[in-house]
Design a protein around this ligand. Structure first.
Ligand SMILES: C[S@@+](CC[C@H](N)C(=O)[O-])C[C@H]1O[C@@H](n2cnc3c(N)ncnc32)[C@H](O)[C@@H]1O
Ligand code: SF4
Length: 365
């Protein structure tokens, strides 16, 4: 299988949010310089070829200085060609200056993912963000004026102290924004985060379901269709890079904490900065059994509204999905929480809410 998606992890942040469990460290200029030099070596080892999708995520890529960002973008140029359809960079409102946005545009970035989370200043404060809502609005408007084709925002619900009217306020604000993609995540309480330490209680299932329905409904009325558990797009603006993950296609990940998937091989990078800077970045290489590969493919694809492409599954493994997952598949088809439509196995709008419970039945022995 071809490998034409590239992920680059920039682990630096200007602040640490109270809910976040991603691979990140506080930004320091000299540390970031060393990291970028190491990253350059890793990138140089990948044979030069145009990627279909490139994603620079974090951490906070926009926490880098203008010069550091340019250094990185120059190293990525060798993976850009006619076949490159999507080049995304994650930016945060407090550090995505107009100059940096112009620089990204100049180096062929055509998609921005802006970490908004909420448009309410008091809630931003509770989750440890360092920007104000007006800055998020400014970055969205600047990106739009600069002509970025794809503007996505990250939002969260279930935040500490958040009320239903806060959610409504955020949704109204979205209506006024020139964006064409939204990732709307339910806050997950991760061990080791400040919120976990403070014994924050996430939403109970009933409210979670109600708020999720409100989000689906409101965004739908604004012209966003839901295409994945937490993702909504207008028209054709679904994220191609993230779809490569959900289709269980191959991808290369570089930088600390990143993962590569090459056919049945998973390569996980250590999160340890010191090791990474010393060149010992690969923590473990795992060859998946064919059962694990097929299960992971099913698990990722069922997150999509379109579901698992049954023909593609057969082409990859020379096995029909019903021969691999006989009993659990039949059980969930009979119960109606999985359906087959247009040669795709998918959840229903209702059963998507309890996808994890369904998947437990499909786990390999
Ligand atoms: C790891 S961040 C990187 C992007 C950027 N630094 C930012 O903060 O926007 C990617 C997104 O994951 C989401 N996220 C991170 N931790 C989460 C959690 N515990 N629960 C739900 N969503 C989370 C946030 O919406 C965040 O924007
Ligand atoms: S959510 Fe983003 S800005 Fe906040 S700590 Fe995580 S990666 Fe950094």
């Amino acid at each position: 299988m071809k490998t034409d998606s590239l992920y680059i992890h920039i682990p630096f942040c200007d602040h640490i949010c109270s809910y976040c469990d991603f691979a990140k460290v506080f930004y320091k200029e000299d540390l970031a310089d060393q990291y970028l030099r190491r990253l350059q070596k890793e990138l140089a080892q990948i044979p030069r070829h145009p990627m279909k999708t490139i994603y620079i995520g974090g951490g906070t890529p926009s926490a880098l200085t203008y010069e550091q960002l340019e250094y990185l973008l120059k190293r990525v140029e060798r993976f850009i060609g006619k076949q490159t359809k999507e080049f995304t960079v994650e930016v945060n409102p407090e550090s995505a200056t107009l100059d940096k946005l112009k620089l990204l545009k100049q180096y062929h970035v055509n998609r921005l993912s802006i970490g908004v989370q909420t448009f309410q200043d008091h809630l931003l404060y509770f989750i440890g963000r360092k920007h104000y809502s007006y800055q998020a609005i400014e970055v969205i408007e600047n990106a739009y004026k600069l002509g970025f084709e794809n503007i996505s925002i990250d939002m969260m619900y279930g935040l500490p102290m958040q009320q239903e009217e806060d959610l409504m306020h955020d949704l109204e604000r979205i209506l006024e924004s020139p964006i064409n993609h939204i990732s709307y995540y339910a806050l997950i309480l991760e061990e080791g985060t400040i919120l976990h330490y403070k014994h924050y209680h996430p939403l109970d299932n009933e409210i979670d379901k109600r708020w999720n329905d409100i989000i689906d409904d409101r965004l739908n009325k604004m012209g966003f269709h839901k295409y994945e558990v937490s993702n909504y797009a207008k028209g054709t603006h679904e994220s191609l890079h993230n779809k490569a993950y959900w289709h269980y296609d191959n991808y290369i990940g570089v930088g600390i904490g990143a993962t590569s998937k090459i056919d049945d091989k998973l390569i996980n990078h250590s999160r340890n900065m010191k090791k990474y800077l010393n060149g010992e970045n690969i923590e473990e290489k795992e060859i998946q059994t064919s059962e694990d590969t097929m299960f992971n493919h099913l698990m990722m694809s069922l997150r999509l509204v379109e579901g698992l492409d049954l023909e593609d599954f057969y082409q990859r493994y020379q096995k029909h999905v019903e021969d691999v997952f006989g009993y659990p598949l039949q059980k969930h088809l009979n119960e109606g929480d999985l359906v087959i439509v247009d040669h795709h196995l998918r959840t229903t709008p209702e059963s998507m809410a309890y996808l994890n419970d369904i998947l437990v039945d499909f786990l390999p022995e």
